[in-house]
Every structure is written in C-alpha cells, then in structure tokens.
Design a protein around this ligand. Structure first.
Ligand SMILES: [Zn+2]
Ligand SMILES: [Zn+2]
Length: 120
C-alpha cells in the first residue's frame, strides 16, 4: 500500500511466532532471512555426489550475524571471511570431510579473489 508516497510493506500477521533457526528463541520484529543459492556447476563433471541437496532456506534468524554464524557452525558450514553474512549466500563445494559427507563453505560472493574459509 501507499501512504503519502511512502511505500508501507504489508504487515503479515503470523499466528505462529517465528523462531530463530540458530537459538530457537522467538524473533520480535523482522527476522533476518537467509537463502542459500544453488551450487554453481563446477568445471568438473558432476560426480555421484554432485547433486547433494542443500536446503536453500529461507532460514530465519535474529538480526544479528552471530546467530547466523552459530547456525553455520552447527551445520558444519565454513564461512568466507572475505565476505559478510548477507541474505543470500553462495555455497562453495569443498572436499568431503573424513566421514565422507559433502562440505560447503558459504560466501556472499561479492569479492572476486580466492575465498578464505574459516570455521563459522
Ligand atoms: Zn537467534
Ligand atoms: Zn569468499
């Protein structure tokens, strides 16, 4: 809707309180929504593990990057410290861990040089 030329987003009333995917507490106000993009096809042909599903979200968090980082840590995602926690993150496929499960780093994809992945 429009009020005096100022766009006012429609307020959606949820009957169920939105909870943070990291700390599981109720979120007051607007949640931080995080989406994970599809894995971009690498130069190498897709292996049997090539279509390992990543839940693209959206995930909802308190508007505090530390909550998002805690969630990434819990999921085993690495975090590219050249980027920031943003609403859209790109997965970076990594060599599988010792247990053979696919691993990913998450980056906002804005910088153009090599990623620097650290534990989230
Ligand atoms: Zn939280
Ligand atoms: Zn990066």
């Amino acid at each position: 809707m429009d009020y005096l030329g100022v766009r006012i987003p429609t307020i959606i009333k949820d009957t169920v309180a939105v909870r943070c995917d990291a700390c599981l507490e109720v979120i007051q106000g607007t949640p931080w929504r995080l989406n994970i993009l599809d894995v971009v096809a690498a130069e190498t042909p897709a292996s049997w593990a090539g279509h390992a599903a990543i839940n693209p979200g959206p995930f909802e968090f308190h508007r505090d990057a530390s909550h998002v980082r805690a969630w990434m840590r819990e999921r085993g995602y690495l975090f590219c410290r050249k980027g920031e926690v943003r609403e859209i993150m790109r997965p970076i496929p990594l060599p599988a861990g010792e247990e053979g499960s696919p691993r990913y780093g998450l980056c906002d994809g804005i910088h153009r040089d090599d990623h620097e992945l650290i534990p989230a």
